[in-house]
Ligand binder design. Sequence first.
Ligand code: NAD
Length: 476
Amino acid sequence: MTAIKEPSFRESVDLMFNRAASLMDLPPGLEEKIRVCNATYTVRFGVRLRGEIHTFTGYRSVHSEHMEPVKGGIRYAMAVNQDEVEALAALMTYKCALVETPFGGSKGGLRIDPRQYEEHELEQITRRFAYELAKRDLINPSQNVPAPDMGTGEREMAWMADQYARMNTTDINARASVTGKPLNAGGISGRVEATGRGIQYALREFFRHPEDVQKAGLSGKLDGKRIVVQGLGNVGYHAAKFLSEEDGSRIVGIIEWDGALYNPDGIDVESVRQWIVKHGGVSNYPDATHSAEGAEVLEAECDILIPAALEGVINLTNAERIKAPLIIEAANGPVTAGADEILRKKGTVIIPDMYANAGGVTVSYFEWVKNLSHIRFGRMQRRQEEARHELIVSELERLDRYLGDAWSMSPNFKAKYLRGADELELVRSGLDDTMRIAYQSMREVWHSRDDVEDLRTAAYIVAIDRVAKSYRAKGL
Ligand code: NAD
């Protein structure tokens, strides 16, 4: 018997796209125009380190320019290759359309293991990579705006934005060339947590619809739900932390590169994170069982599985054994097209990547707008809002005195009501709104069409339809 071949990541994305497109009525040719990747730039550059020249390979792929700038993260990992960046760029196009951020899709990557380099070496490498991209408008506030992804964070984004600014000294919008920057370099409050926060908001919205919860064979709310998370990096850590600390969910499994932790009574996310920071991995963490074969814990008994590390981890080899009735794809492409088919047949509900992890690009959009408007959100209206609230509170105080013992204001009402929203609150509110609306647009297609079996196909249909409309508006 010949083994069934697993498609590559890009082929997987295309297969999922084709499945949705076959249910749509697109004009001939437009389907292909939307699906294909417009261009991928490959650069090889040398950096002198430790007395010799090291050559690095990097990519920036532009999938669709139906809206500009195009947007997408830059990943630092040894597995980076053209197929991967093209798949990720395509997902960015659909993601931006689904959550209505006005961007086309792009993605970049550098083949490097960042753990092998000192900070000053990484800065040299990053600046050189940014120089190569900026020279070709592949970093540019109106053309192409990178953000963090696996292996990169605020620090790398600050170097890249600064590199662009040095090369474009008269560009007043230079800060808008990159998002995910630290606050003191033009970043926005809430960007670091955004993708994980988006996972929390996505799950909250899912659990607001009992019909959907029932489709996954679950009931009730997030409280008490057993969760397994793979990858305790930026996305996985924030998602697991918020869900356990704010929604009462129980993190029973944490899978990292050096094995997995399991404890049916729950694992303290913050203490595991501190352990990883100190020891580099989860091995020897005291308050859970450690297993060296981390990926096996993907198959553990739980209510919700959150793959938040790599692509392709749920594939033809293990899909049949996945027990979680609900999977939320925090990582990009964690479920291959073949596994998706198996899981769909089993009745597993999958909240797809293009929706689930869109919190990052949503808050990146807010950061880009903030940079272009050169003013912090809330700066103009916060005190004015407080002054108006003060008027109501003083009237209520008057009533309180008049009514005596018959009525009084609730203890914290005054302090809570008086406080005008700061940037972080506004960002969270904008993100929550975005995640709710995007979920509703997917579920409407999911529930209203008999030929749409799953949320992923629904998400693709919504996204492709929006991209098609943009192309049509351009006369294509
Ligand atoms: P990260 O580098 O901060 O974290 C990745 C984590 O996965 C690390 O803790 C790493 O040790 C762990 N890991 C590596 N190999 C593993 C393995 N074999 N098994 C288990 N764990 C492993 O990256 P991130 O930014 O959190 O991104 C994770 C995923 O989320 C990626 O697919 C990325 O594309 C996606 N994503 C990230 C963002 C963002 O804003 N950072 C936005 C959207 C999507």
